[in-house]
Design a protein around this ligand. Structure first.
Ligand code: ZN
Length: 299
């Protein structure tokens, strides 16, 4: 039996124990959640590290078997255990998360390797595992404060799909990273608030449904932007399955997305893509964090 502890830190923190890649026992959640915005962004990095270590300690104490790996999924550019950037959790930028968490765990008597994955990559791994498709390319968009792009199988690279350029309009400058014309600058929660200073994102989508012209135009732009990003990845890596998740996935109208995508992808070998919204829940990401850690650590 392989015992691991998975921790996902996105808009909130959730942790669970994995036994042979199945969730066992209870999930620990942090209650500090604020609608749409990232409540964790105000917590200093050193404090976040302590929170993660404490969750792992509690779960390890509840396990009858020794813990063999700690798997953490966080948003941003993650390479070799280092958070190279994380525009929506800026305090963890530059953090040697794998090493620092391993040290905090060692102080608590837990000696297990720590693997850090991008949160969207973890969801892609989790989807591939639960659908029995670990040998196939799986891609996931996470729609939250920021826009994440994840893929399984893991390949070396940056894959910051949320920051792909989808417009040449110089006025499109709302992305959290500061870049002009980015997908997240149109679709991200924070970006929408900056664009519509008088409306919350939920109100924009509600008013669009009621026929407000300005909101309808934006909702169409929002879907065209996601279609453009998806079309770019289809033109690079081929068609296949795309999944959508995240705290604001309810804004997504798959039919509208599909119609824009069909106008952008015209080569017949590329038209066999499928689009699916994932059911809400943290389990897929936790499982995926475990899957990618066990692959990376060869357990
Ligand atoms: Zn950006």
């Amino acid at each position: 039996m392989t015992t691991a502890i998975g921790i996902v830190m996105t808009g909130h923190i959730v942790a669970g124990r994995l036994e042979d890649l199945h969730l066992a026992g209870r999930l620990l959640r942090d209650s500090a959640e604020v609608d749409g915005l990232n409540a964790l962004s105000a917590i200093p990095g050193s404090e976040l590290l302590e929170i993660l270590a404490e969750k792992a300690r509690i779960l390890a104490a509840e396990s009858t078997y020794p813990v063999e790996a700690i798997c953490v999924a966080v948003p941003g550019i993650i390479r070799h255990g280092v958070v190279e950037d994380s525009p929506n959790l800026t305090q963890i930028k530059g953090m040697h998360l794998a090493d620092e968490l391993a040290r905090a765990l060692a102080e608590r008597g837990i000696h297990a390797p720590v693997h850090v994955a991008n949160d969207a990559d973890a969801i892609a791994a989790g989807v591939a595992a639960t659908r029995g498709r670990l040998d196939k390319l799986t891609r996931v968009w996470t729609i939250g404060t920021g826009i994440g792009y994840g893929r399984w199988p893991y390949v070396e690279g940056v894959w910051e799909g949320g920051h792909i350029t989808v417009t040449l309009d110089p006025k499109e400058k709302y992305c959290g990273c500061g870049g002009v014309g980015h997908l997240e600058g149109i679709m991200g929660y924070r970006a929408m608030r900056m664009r519509f200073l008088d409306l919350e994102p939920e109100e924009i989508f509600a008013q669009a449904r009621q026929g407000d012209a300005r909101c309808r135009e934006f909702v169409d732009l929002w879907h065209r932007a996601l279609a453009a990003g998806t079309a770019s990845f289809i033109h690079l890596a081929g068609p296949g399955r795309f999944y959508f998740t995240g705290q604001n996935v309810s804004f997504l109208d798959l039919n509208l997305l599909r119609s824009h995508l069909e106008s952008m992808v015209r080569m017949s070998p590329l038209q066999s893509f499928s689009l699916e919204i994932l059911p809400p829940g943290d389990e897929t990401a936790l499982l995926g964090a475990g899957v990618s850690a066990l692959r990376a650590l060869n357990l």
